[in-house]
Write a protein of this length. Sequence first.
Length: 366
Amino acid sequence: MLIQLPEVDSNIQITSEPLSQLSFLLKKNYSQAVLISDTSVFSIYGREYLHLLHKLPFLSILPITIPPGETSKNWEIAYDCWNKMHQAHIDKQAIVISLGGGVVSDLTGFIAACYMRGLDVIHIPTTLMGMIDAAIGGKTGINLESGKNIVGIIHQPKCVLIDPNFLETLPQKEFIASLAEVIKYGIILSPELFEFLETNTQNILEKKPNTLRTIIEVCCQLKAKIIKVDEKENNVRAILNFGHTFGHAIEASTQYRQYLHGEAVAIGLSCAFYTSHLLGLIPRDLIHRLHQPLDHLQLPYSLPIDITPETLIQAMYKDKKTSRGVLQLILLKALGEIEVKTRVTSDLVIQALNLKKLHESPHGKS
């Protein structure tokens, strides 16, 4: 399946033969190749991809590995990668290739965008999160201690090569965490996808190939539609941040070590449900329905007991979606219908989070 994005000079290919597709793409007159991966992914797939690259007429090929996990999205690791590239005499005609999950594509895209003021990049995502979200749309970035993805740039990949077979070796915990983004797409853009998730829980958890391919194709098409009309997130692309202002604050408040990104997003989705409810946008019974896929797909959605609503609010105000000191939240009006609230008070969010904590307590659950 090919999804073309001519508006941003990019495309998405869903294929079971990424190696042959990559070989075709790299017949362009690139001088060198840089392959960036994390040590876990590289140990499984690195030799295979290096073997392919060595068959192509590159002057040199530079493999770079980074430690796995969100903590690798930092300035020091980016700087180390740039140094290795420069010491290897990587020039402006080189191609940079990411092989890994969202952390790897975020970091690789940022490295490619900045090195010699911009090299072409291709993403080969190996996680569901990367396939349906992180690798698509050109967002790149690194984290600061106080905030996620605060430093970055939009740098579109020439191509995203998606092979669902990678998911066979993806640890179940990472696979489940990625499902939070799938649920998000269903909630904000496609009630049909949400209903599909409600009725296919077991097939999803068992990684049934046809089920996963359906999810990947639908999510890629949904995100591509958004990217085509708003590459730079000036308006409609902002709805993809549903649950993320809360989720990013949870990640930052726990030093990016307690939760995978998808797990934090799942908690953030639940926070957004309660905030939407408190503003009178959605009824309480819809909150119950929205939680069901999170619950059945084994995602966490309770707030960490050691983080107070006040602490979370402080972290949210450091998020890049805050403008002129005003908190902007993407909230829900109905399944498939979003509202952007630009003046949500801290008191109201704290009230919503306290209500959520009350309902999550043993005596408050209904």
